[in-house]
Write a protein that binds this ligand. Structure first.
Ligand code: ZN
Length: 437
């Protein structure tokens, strides 16, 4: 085999992955899993497919440990959101390399990290790496929709494939310059995605005679306004507290937190603002199906994100009080996530050591995510310490945030290579730990 640099190897693998279209739905992730299985096999890494249905396989590969240390999983997902070629400057499935950037759907979210993880484990295998615990590569299906084909299913049906003490996943890695200092963000917790629906009842009637009916839509209107204005009592969890201590040099009172962060940089304030409490956003409303029929029922669907360790019951009590004793039903539609990993772990030390080495003077800060990643399934199933970290030094974080799930998604080759280096570093550090925590 010809010698190629890790940079070249990751670039080519990412290009191939982008060219395998895996828009979810329908996903068709098996094509990406097959490509990865072949690549890993060429480098001596055995892997296995786990699939609920044949076309939606998860791929799990490992370098077996000698049994003396904790396991680390490099976690990723192979599905992507859709792309409308008309919006794009280049074909979203071209994988074209242009001026140091690889273009295509999934380049940032998250085929770049899939490729970097695969190259990290393949290159370590070639070098004869012998970790204390298994080094696991898991490229899962169905993260973007979460219809039960991906990691959730894998944790239920094949837990031994992905059981691990540590995990590196997507979620963060942005390089922020705040108040003249450099910070790299590592996500260690997630809010619970917990949408709910309220049903407001009235009495139907002919729309030409409003007085004889009881219009559920009109009754719902003030409730929608109340929900839209909802402001939770601010609270600093451990992640936001550590973030503020690093960025502002102290821990402000919760009701001054956003202001204190903004004094350092506007972005710092924006980052923490949704992380101080429950967020509530009414997004959908359904009432009468006929223009001339006054609705007896109005349904309002509300996006809601709850802090880790708070329960739906606590939030429901709070919201029922807000809405008063209106004639309504309250229903939670789901509750996913809301888990956290501790900050004082060897994996955190590995992230810090990498950043200190890569950019002396830069500091790692933890972050709670307002969104949802697959890390939650591992934390719930095995108590895994799962962090989201894929360092990005070359592309500006504002640009990356605009490109994810949008047109012209692309990744800097520099960042891809940095990611490979970080994942190899994490694998070596965790692989040399003496025993499971
Ligand atoms: Zn993703």
């Amino acid at each position: 085999m010809a010698t190629v640099s890790l940079r070249q190897e990751a670039t080519e693998l990412l290009q191939e992955l982008i060219r395998v279209e895996t828009v979810n739905p329908p996903g068709n992730e098996t094509r990406a899993a097959e490509l990865l299985r072949e690549y890993l096999g060429d480098h001596g890494v055995e892997s296995a497919m786990y699939a609920k249905v044949p076309e939606r396989a998860n791929l799990v590969a490992r370098i077996p440990g000698n049994g003396t240390g904790p396991r680390l999983v490099l976690l990723s997902h192979t599905d992507t959101v859709l792309a409308d070629p008309a919006e794009w400057e280049l074909d979203p499935w071209s994988g074209e390399l242009r001026e140091g950037q690889i273009w295509g759907r999934g380049a940032l979210d998250m085929k770049g990290q899939v490729a970097a993880s695969a190259v990290a484990i393949a290159s370590l295998a070639r070098e004869g790496f012998e970790p204390g615990g298994d080094l696991i590569f898991a490229a899962c299906a169905d993260e973007e929709v979460g219809a039960g084909f991906g990691l959730q299913w894998l944790c239920q049906e094949h837990p031994e494939a992905v059981r691990s003490e540590y995990c590196v996943n997507e979620g963060a890695g942005d390089r922020l310059v705040l108040g003249g200092r450099v910070f790299y963000v590592c996500s260690t917790a997630e809010k619970m995605s917990s949408p709910f629906r309220i049903r407001v009842h009235g009495r139907s009637g002919h729309a030409s005679r409003p007085a004889i009916a009881d219009n559920a839509l009109v009754k719902a209107a003030p409730l929608v306004e109340l929900l839209g204005r909802f402001q939770d009592t601010p609270e600093l969890g451990p992640e936001v507290e550590a973030f503020l201590r690093a960025v502002t040099g102290g821990v402000p009172a919760p009701d001054r937190a956003v202001e204190a962060a903004r004094e350092v940089h506007l972005l710092a304030g924006d980052l923490i603002e949704p992380l101080l409490g429950t967020s509530v956003s009414p997004t959908q409303i359904v009432a009468s199906r006929g223009r001339n029929v006054i609705p007896a029922l109005c349904e309002v669907t509300v996006d809601c994100r709850i802090l880790p360790e708070r329960t739906q019951a606590e939030v429901e009590a709070q919201l029922r009080e807000l809405l008063g004793d209106s004639d309504l039903d309250f229903e939670w539609l789901e509750g996913h996530g809301g888990t956290r990993s501790p900050l004082d772990t060897p994996l955190w030390d590995a992230v810090e050591a990498f950043v200190a080495d890569t950019e002396p003077g830069a500091q790692v800060v933890p972050l709670l995510l307002s969104g949802f990643t697959d890390s939650h399934w591992l934390r719930d199933a095995f108590g895994t310490v799962a962090y989201g970290f894929f360092p990005m030094r070359t592309m500006e974080p504002e640009l990356a945030a605009r490109l994810v799930h949008s047109a012209d998604e692309r990744i800097e080759v520099e960042d891809l290579e940095l990611g490979v280096r970080f994942l190899r570093h994490a694998a070596v550090e965790v692989g040399s730990l003496p025993s499971s925590p």
